[in-house]
Design a protein around this ligand. Structure first.
Ligand code: FES
Length: 118
């Protein structure tokens, strides 16, 4: 086996996807915090779809997973009720004005994968 080739990887789409968790680890209509390196991410589940965003609200230092409430595709921050669209990270309600970062995500064979690289 060529370990170096495995480490360096190739530039296929699959190699850019990072497995985060099982879809079944996430309650439908809720989110799960996942720490990847220094990043705290949120994996959101709506039916059999998964969405991945940063977990920290851009208005303050609040975890959206731990304080927030998912309402359809909107995450409502528990601190001041700002809202973001989990599909795009866009702001849906003040006092938030800066979007949260969202990541392309997919579910394959029950595993949530996200493209975390720039
Ligand atoms: Fe999230 Fe203020 S900290 S709306």
């Amino acid at each position: 086996m060529d370990a170096h080739a495995m480490e360096s990887g190739t530039s296929t789409d699959a190699s850019e996807l990072t497995p985060l968790c099982q879809l079944d680890d996430v309650t439908d209509g809720d989110g799960l915090q996942i720490k990847i390196g220094e990043r705290m991410l949120a994996v959101w589940r709506v039916d059999d779809l998964a969405f991945v965003t940063d977990d920290t609200c851009t208005h303050g230092d609040a975890s959206l997973v731990l304080t927030g409430m998912l309402d359809g595709f909107s995450i409502v921050c528990g601190l001041h009720q700002g809202e973001f669209d989990i599909r795009t990270g866009e702001v849906r309600a003040a006092p938030c004005s800066k979007p949260i970062r969202s990541y392309a995500a997919t579910v394959r064979e029950g595993v949530v994968l996200a493209r975390l690289a720039e």
